[in-house]
Design a protein around this ligand. Structure first.
Ligand SMILES: *Cc1c(COP(=O)(O)O)cnc(C)c1O
Length: 409
């Protein structure tokens, strides 16, 4: 695409797409490993991985080969029939997590919808209560359907969409003292991200998680872990709950589960199984043979090559390098995160800085107005990491110097 048609396509009212995204002025056409190339032939190091999606790098051969094999066999069969790939992926997921049963869908929001629905139905059908309220947290992100945007603790996703479904309340995140006061006779579940992703890369404190678990036990509430961003090795363990030595009752996955092929999953403990009896929930595309082939190849590669460990190692390496490079930069408040979910918390809005990094050949994204978010793939090479840190360091140093200059003038 020429630059002209590209910019015309992005101009207001000329694109045939709804303008739901503020897109960067870059058109990627090819990817391999940590590298991306745009339509001008420019090469980038990818430190966003979609948004925590291409965790094994772009076009990983093992997943690609499995997909091609499946493409030649069978693309789609309805959930009115048995789908062996679904059974296999569910078996692998349950063997490697707290969970005993899996429901497949196509996205994160759908996985969270399934989690909310099963939490309510478990209370109605199994426990025989009419409890329905789900406690979620300020600055959380759970998706864009009506229920999941209501669960989300950010007002901007709710604007103009009222009336919203009932049964959600937001509590302050990491506030051990306050949480108890949000539990009432209608509460059925507490839903959280162990590290808030979109909300600014904010890990839960261990004391906070202990309090969440204590309240769940005391009031027989379900703990729903939204691991859509943190799951599949991103934080240096296969699932982020493992860092906290606790077990949720329900977990949702999507982003990294299919290496870029759309797939979501809701996983639950055995006690929840009968809450989703035949006919109570469903989806046409969920767990299609192709999607679950992508999931199988992804998870097998993760497990066999111990890629969660590699994410932990590279996360430690990159965070240390960043601290070294950015220490003393007045624009940087802190570097934080878990594994390869890393945030650089800045004292200034980061949108301009993110674009500068793109110009220098590094793809990063933001998480909220002031945090630069880094989500490299788990096979990122040390030289690539060093190059990325160098770009981040120089863009931030340059901006700090400019800011300094404008203050002293
Ligand atoms: C991305 C994300 C979602 C929504 O997933 P979609 O696939 O965009 O619907 C939900 N929760 C968390 C934590 C996420 O990061």
């Amino acid at each position: 695409m020429s630059e002209q048609t590209q910019s015309q396509g992005q101009a207001e009212n000329t694109s045939a797409l709804f303008p739901t995204y503020a897109r960067f002025p870059i058109t990627m056409v090819r990817g391999e490993g940590s590298k991306l190339w745009d339509d001008q032939g420019k090469e980038y190091i990818d430190f966003a991985s979609g948004i925590a999606v291409t965790n094994l790098g772009h076009t990983p051969k093992r997943v690609r080969d499995r997909l091609v094999e499946q493409l030649d066999q069978l693309w789609h069969v309805s959930n009115l029939f048995h789908i062996p790939n679904q059974e296999a992926l569910a078996g692998l997921l349950t063997a490697n997590s707290f969970a005993d049963a899996v429901f497949f869908c196509n996205s994160g929001a759908e996985a969270n919808e399934a989690a909310i629905k099963i939490a309510r139905r478990y209370n109605a059908k199994i426990l025989g209560t009419n409890r329905y309220e789900v406690i979620t947290f300020n600055s959380s992100f759970h998706g864009r359907t009506l229920a999941t945007l209501t669960a989300t603790g950010q007002d901007k996703v709710k604007e103009g969409f009222h009336p919203l479904p009932q049964g959600f309340v937001q509590a302050p995140y990491n506030d051990v003292e306050a949480l108890q006061s949000y539990v009432n006779e209608n509460t059925c579940a507490i839903m959280l991200e162990f590290v808030q992703g979109e909300g600014g890369v904010i890990p839960a404190s261990p004391e906070f998680i202990q309090e969440v678990v204590r309240l769940c036990e005391e009031h027989n509430l379900l703990l729903i872990a939204d691991e859509i961003q943190t799951g599949m090795g991103r934080t240096g363990k296969l699932f982020a709950y493992e860092h906290y030595n606790v077990e949720p009752d329900i977990m949702t996955l999507a982003k990294g589960l299919g290496s870029g092929f759309p797939i979501g999953a809701m996983l639950g403990k055995a006690k929840l199984r009968e809450a989703f009896s035949a006919g109570s929930h469903g989806t046409t595309f969920g767990g299609t043979p192709i999607a679950t082939a992508a999931g199988m190849a992804t998870l097998e590669m993760m497990l066999e090559d111990k890629l969660a460990d590699r994410a932990a190692e590279m996360g430690t390496y990159i965070q240390a390098k960043l601290n070294e490079k950015l220490g003393g930069n007045p624009l940087v408040r802190s570097v934080r995160g878990l594994g390869l979910l890393i945030g650089i918390d800045c004292t200034v809005p980061v949108a301009g800085l993110v674009s500068k990094m793109h110009e220098q050949g590094l793809i990063v994204i933001s998480a909220g107005p002031n945090v630069i978010r880094l989500l490299p793939n788990f096979l990122v090479q040390v030289e690539e990491a060093d190059q990325a840190v160098a770009i981040i360091g120089s863009v931030l140093a340059e901006h700090a110097a400019v800011a300094e200059g404008s203050v002293s003038k």
